[in-house]
Design a protein. Structure first.
Length: 62
């Protein structure tokens, strides 16, 4: 197993900025949909109360 320095696993604003410079600007900001690593407490509670319902439309569009 390869051992990397601990500094490489820490967040770095400089590295984030460099990655952002390589990306093309976003043309339609309103179409952005975040992908979260875990559910919010409200979503988890809702799923417990509604186990058989489809959770893909949990948030109602206004």
């Amino acid at each position: 197993m390869i051992q990397y320095p601990i500094e490489l696993s820490l967040p770095s604003a400089v590295q984030l900025g460099r990655l952002g410079q390589r990306q093309a600007p976003v043309s339609d900001v309103t179409s952005f949909v975040p992908r979260y690593l875990r559910l919010t407490k409200a979503e988890a509670d809702w799923q417990k109360q509604h186990p058989k319902e489809d959770s893909s439309h949990y948030v109602e569009k206004v």
